[in-house]
Ligand binder design. Structure first.
Ligand code: PGA
Length: 251
């Protein structure tokens, strides 16, 4: 089944609005080098509208890094899916390991967030991944299966318009990348779990790899059959670096 490659940059807690505007101009100027590859950027909330303006008409996705499943309410500090959409976002990262580990995001909460994103017209990007200890103890497949099963637990079998990101926690921001073989094995396992919910449509769901992806290691990772793109942290802060990774994803 045909899956077009997708490369997304997760800025985390970086960049002011002026920096986001400069990035948008640089990215737009270089997009032709990555023709045929979908690109998305995940800025802090305060720069979503800046990217929406600066990248208007470019086809580049703009994803929030987190959101609430609630539409409104007494929830100080939260942001809703509808608010992200209203500010110009097209998608949202859900369950990034930093949200899970540092902010207590649970699979149960994610189960509500994924359909809430779809209902608001946002592309949900569910992030999954095992910790170092889980891999060492042989629990990787079990952890990934649980995160997929529970995180997507409230979707109907026809709601396959989602993206999954596999990010082994031990590879995030550490400079340690999964080997291409290990990434492929995890992606194939995740796809088999997606097939349990979505059947054949699992073949159309893009699974991105994340964890210390750089311009010089992207090509080998992205050449694996079930690795459909990348979720890039540190190397996404410069437009040229994100574009180089996207160029490596061209098929
Ligand atoms: P990294 O981050 O590329 O800096 O390892 C990836 C991520 O957390 O999405």
């Amino acid at each position: 089944m045909m899956r077009s490659p997708l490369v997304a940059g997760n800025w985390k807690l970086f960049k002011l609005r002026a920096e986001a505007a400069a990035f948008a101009a640089d990215l737009k100027g270089g997009l032709s080098s990555a023709a045929g590859v979908g690109i998305a950027v995940c800025p802090p909330f305060t720069s979503i509208d800046v990217l929406a303006t600066g990248l208007a008409g470019s086809g580049v996705g703009i994803w929030g890094q987190h959101a609430s499943a609630a539409e409104s309410g007494a929830l100080t500090g939260e942001i809703s899916m509808g608010m992200l959409k209203d500010a110009g976002a097209t998608g949202v990262l859900l369950g990034h390991s930093e949200r899970r580990q540092l902010f207590g995001e649970t699979d149960a909460a994610l189960a509500d967030k994924v359909p809430a994103a779809l209902a608001a017209g946002l592309l949900p990007v569910l992030c999954v991944g095992e910790t170092d200890a889980e891999r060492e103890s042989g629990a990787t497949n079990e952890v990934l299966a649980r995160q997929v099963r529970e995180g997507l637990g409230k979707l109907s079998p026809t709601q396959a318009d989602i993206v999954v990101a596999y990010e082994p926690v031990w590879a995030i921001g550490t400079g340690k990348t999964a080997t291409p073989e290990l990434a492929q094995a995890a992606h194939a396992w995740i796809r088999s779990q997606l097939a349990e919910r979505f059947g054949e449509a699992a073949g159309s769901i893009r699974i991105l790899y994340g964890g210390s992806v750089k311009p010089d290691n992207a090509a080998t990772l992205l050449s694996q059959p079930d690795v459909d793109g990348a979720l890039v942290g540190g190397a996404s802060l410069e437009a040229a670096s994100l574009l180089a990774i996207a160029a490596a994803a061209r098929r």
